[in-house]
Structure formats: C-alpha cells, structure tokens
Design a protein around this ligand. Structure first.
Ligand code: HEC
Ligand code: HEC
Ligand code: HEC
Length: 397
C-alpha cells in the first residue's frame, strides 16, 4: 500500500513530458560500501582515492647521495621478486638474466649500468622518480614504502651491473615481439560466452517487473543503453544504466535491486543487448553535463593508491604496451562491450566493477559503485567511445 501511494506521488508529480520515475532517496549500492569478499582485503587509507586526492603530496626533494654501496645479489632478488609490488620486470627488461614475460612500459634497462647515470640519479629514480619527472609512470618505490632505503641501495648496486643486452630463448618472452591479444570470440554464443545466457534471465525479470508499463521493450529501448550514462538533474549526478535500474525499479515496481546484485546485472545485460549494433552517443549539451565530463577528464588523470597510478598512466602513456604479461588497451574500444564475462574471475562485470578493480589493482581504496566520481569518469570514457557500436554482453580475460 505504501508503495502504491509512493508510486501515485511519483506519477502525479511527473511533468507533462514523460520523465522516468526515479527513487531519489538513499544509496543505489550496499551502504556503507564493503569490498567484495573474494577481493584483496587490504585497505590503503594513507593514499589517494578518486574521491580524496589530497592524501599524498606529489613529490619531495631530490635526496643527495654521492656513492651508493649495496649488495647486487640481494638487489637482483628484489628486482625480480614479483611478490614485492610486482617487481621491476612488470615494466622493464633487465639484461640476459631476465626471466619469462617481462613488460615494456618502461625502457629496456639491460645496459643501464653503462649509460653514464650517477648513483644519485639511480637512487632517486627508484626512490621517487617524480623528483625528475612529475608525471612518471614509475611508482615511488621508496616514498610509498615498497622498499626500504637499504633495499633500494641493493637494487641500485644491481642496476650498475647491467651492461649486456637481453637474449630471449622464446620470442614470446620478448615484449617487443609478443603478438598482442586479439579478441575474436563469438560473444553471443552461450557455449563461448556464459554471459549470453543472462540476456534470457534479464528478459524474464523484465517480463515480471517491468513489462506491465513497457510492452514493447525491443522497440522502445532500441537505443536507450547507447545513450547512457547521462546527466540527471534530479540526482545532480551522472546516471549510468545500473543505477537507473536500481532507482527506477524502486520507484515503479518496489524492487530493491541494488547495483551489482545479480538481478541488476542481468537486467543491465538485457537492456544493453537490446541496443546491440547501435552507435554510442553522449549528450553534453547542458552546462552540467559538460562540467561532469570535464571532471571526468581530470579524474582519469589523477594519481591514486600506493602505486600512484592514474587511469591515463596505464591506458594513455603506457597504452599498447605490456605490463607483465598483460596487454594494456587504449581507452577507445573499451566501452562498447560492457557488461562482460570475465573468464579470469568467472563472473559478469558491469563497468563500475571494472573501475573498482582498476583502483584496487593499484592499491587504492575503491569507491562504492554509485559514487559520483565513477559517474563522471564513465561519462568521459563513454565520450571517448562515441560512434563505436555496442556489442554486449561481451567476454574478456
Ligand atoms: C609500472 C611500470 C614500471 C615499473 C613496475 C618499474 N618501472 Fe622503472 N620506469 C618506468 C618508466 C615508464 C620509466 C621511464 C620514464 C618515466 O616514466 O619516469 C622508468 C624509468 C626507470 C629508470 C630510469 C632509466 C634511465 O634511463 O635513467 C630506472 C633506473 C628504473 N626505471 C628502475 C626501475 C626499478 C629498479 C624498478 C623496480 C623496483 C622499476 N623501475 C619498476 C616504469 C616502471
Ligand atoms: C509503473 C510503470 C513502470 C514500471 C513498472 C516500469 N517503468 Fe520504466 N518507465 C516508466 C515511465 C512512466 C517512464 C518514462 C516514460 C517512458 O519512457 O515510457 C519509464 C521509462 C523507462 C526507461 C527509459 C527512461 C529514461 O529516462 O531514460 C527505461 C529504460 C525503463 N523505464 C526501464 C524499466 C525497467 C527495466 C523496469 C523494470 C525494473 C521498468 N522500467 C518498470 C514506467 C514504468
Ligand atoms: C596499473 C595499470 C592500470 C591502471 C592504473 C588502470 N587500469 Fe584499467 N586496465 C588495466 C588492465 C591490465 C586491464 C585489462 C587489459 C585491457 O583490456 O586493457 C584494464 C582494463 C580496463 C577496462 C576494460 C577494458 C576492456 O576492453 O574490457 C576499463 C574500462 C578500464 N581498465 C578503465 C580504467 C579506469 C577508468 C582507470 C582509472 C580509474 C583504470 N582503468 C586504471 C590496467 C590499469
């Protein structure tokens, strides 16, 4: 009864041009937000997040150190240890001893020992490269506590021994020769992509909770998903497909399908699938939408987490390179296929969950899926993908 009354109020107060009823109260995601049970549990409260960018000052002063003495053997072990912050091999080739699948985000350091670098340069570059290059893609290993000063001295001693080009027994180990992955699986074949089955699950939910008001979704919503996210004046934030589902279902059918619940994700899969083949379009005509877009541009460039990475570090400066054995894609071509099945996690992910993973991966606390910042970021990235044709649900590693 309370629900019917609420509905009547929503319908009566709707303006003459039909605006979708939205529940404006409360969060659209579990609140307070708690990280997924099967993810890394560590919190990184001392480092920047997308919502709190002022926790770590950008950089300090160069440390004066004339001669570094250290143990090159220990330094090598540290540099090659993937458990310590991922090790240097994630981004550098380091001489003939380089073990399998190094990355190439950074320069090949195989001959750094005879490149004429001073000890002070090498020490500071590893301690906090930002004293030389404020936009460095290299994490501040010393400043952010990955290695002690003594350990960095050992690493520098090891770097000084590097004087011979790398040799790779297997050409696939050489990041310069490794073929980039091509995604050519048939995303709509349920035998290939388990997410394809969820179109049907989403459709059944739609029939149950939505069809009473929307009899012809195939026609009505043929372009809807490619025109999201959009600035929503009633919420004063960017509204994406999944948050729309939560707030609209709450207002119309009394369902509480929080973002990233299985119902929400399945409905998102279904509604996206209706717009397959349609070109993505982003409406930045209002000043508010334009401002949100511009905030998104800045957020993509903001360094966060213990690793001190911005989205643009990996998907801009380092795009089209290998970080460890993982190929870094460009932002263009990334937005035309969500939600998707992640074979490495055996789950369907919507775009906000991908953002969260890209935060946690750099040891930055993630935000709740309905965070304003993720909306701004989504609007910006979507704009970068304008004109791309939607193909969802898709499948990725
Ligand atoms: C995420 C990628 C990444 C990782 C991991 C990384 N580096 Fe780098 N490194 C770079 C990039 C990119 C540069 C080039 C310039 C820049 O962005 O600052 C660089 C530059 C350097 C330089 C300066 C080279 C020169 O020409 O003077 C040194 C030395 C260096 N890295 C050492 C290390 C060591 C030691 C480690 C491991 C503790 C490491 N790097 C891990 C990305 C990385
Ligand atoms: C009680 C009626 C009612 C129910 C139930 C209902 N809707 Fe709606 N919906 C509306 C109205 C009214 C609008 C605005 C006018 C229009 O677009 O038809 C709307 C609009 C929409 C839009 C386009 C809106 C926009 O602003 O971009 C989508 C998508 C949508 N609904 C999906 C759903 C889904 C999914 C469900 C089930 C969870 C659902 N609706 C349940 C009444 C309803
Ligand atoms: C440490 C590097 C790194 C950072 C920083 C990073 N990502 Fe990623 N991201 C990856 C990797 C690796 C993948 C998986 C490979 C790929 O598709 O590029 C990925 C994938 C993605 C995808 C999905 C690509 C696809 O085709 O399915 C999106 C979208 C994305 N990232 C957005 C972001 C956003 C937004 C940020 C900033 C909040 C960010 N990433 C920060 C490494 C990073």
């Amino acid at each position: 009864m309370r629900f019917l009354l609420a509905l009547a109020v929503v319908m009566l107060s709707a303006p003459a041009w039909a605006q979708a009823p939205l529940s404006l109260e409360g969060a659209a995601a579990p609140s307070p937000w708690q990280r997924y049970r099967d993810w890394n549990k560590t919190r990184w409260d001392n480092y920047n997040t997308l919502a709190n960018p002022n926790r770590t000052p950008p950089h300090g002063a160069e440390i004066v150190i004339e001669q570094v003495t250290g143990d090159p053997g220990k330094g090598r072990t540290l540099a090659f240890d993937r458990k310590r912050g991922g090790g240097c091999l994630a981004c550098h080739v380091m001489g003939p001893g380089t073990p399998e699948t190094p990355g190439n985000v950074g320069p090949d350091l195989s001959e750094i020992g005879k490149a004429g670098r001073t000890d002070q340069w090498l020490f500071n570059y590893v301690y906090d490269a930002r004293v030389y290059n404020p936009r460095s893609v290299m994490p501040p290993w010393g400043k952010h506590g990955f290695y002690s000063e003594a350990e960095i001295k050992d690493i520098v001693a090891f770097l000084k021994t590097l004087k011979t080009p790398a040799r790779f027994a297997n050409p696939l180990d050489d990041p310069a020769k490794r073929p980039k992955p091509v995604e050519d699986r048939d995303a709509l074949d349920p035998f290939v992509n388990p997410a394809a089955d969820h179109i049907g699950t989403g459709k059944r939910l739609f029939v149950q909770a939505c069809a009473s008001c929307h009899a012809t979704p195939e026609a009505t919503f043929k372009r809807w998903a490619v025109e999201m996210p959009r600035w929503e004046p009633r919420l004063k934030k960017v509204l994406g497909v999944e948050e729309f589902i939560t707030r609209h279902a709450r207002a119309t059918s009394g369902k509480d399908w929080l973002m990233q619940s299985s119902e929400n994700t399945d409905l998102s899969v279904y509604l996206h699938s209706l717009a397959n083949g349609e070109a993505i379009e982003v409406d930045l005509s209002s000043p508010e939408a334009k401002a949100a877009y511009e905030r998104g541009v800045r957020l993509a460039d903001l360094k966060v987490g213990q690793f001190d990475f911005a989205c643009t570090d990996c998907h801009g400066q380092a795009a089209n390179k290998w970080i460890r054995g993982q190929w870094l894609g460009e932002p263009r071509g990334q937005f035309d296929h969500f939600p998707l099945w992640r074979t490495s996690r055996n789950q369907i992910w919507d775009i906000r969950k991908r953002f969260q993973w890209c935060n946690v991966q750099v040891r930055a606390n993630e935000l709740a899926p309905d965070a304003v910042e993720y909306g701004d970021l989504e609007l910006y990235l979507r704009k970068m993908n304008e004109g791309q044709k939607l193909m969802a649900p898709n499948i990725r590693h």
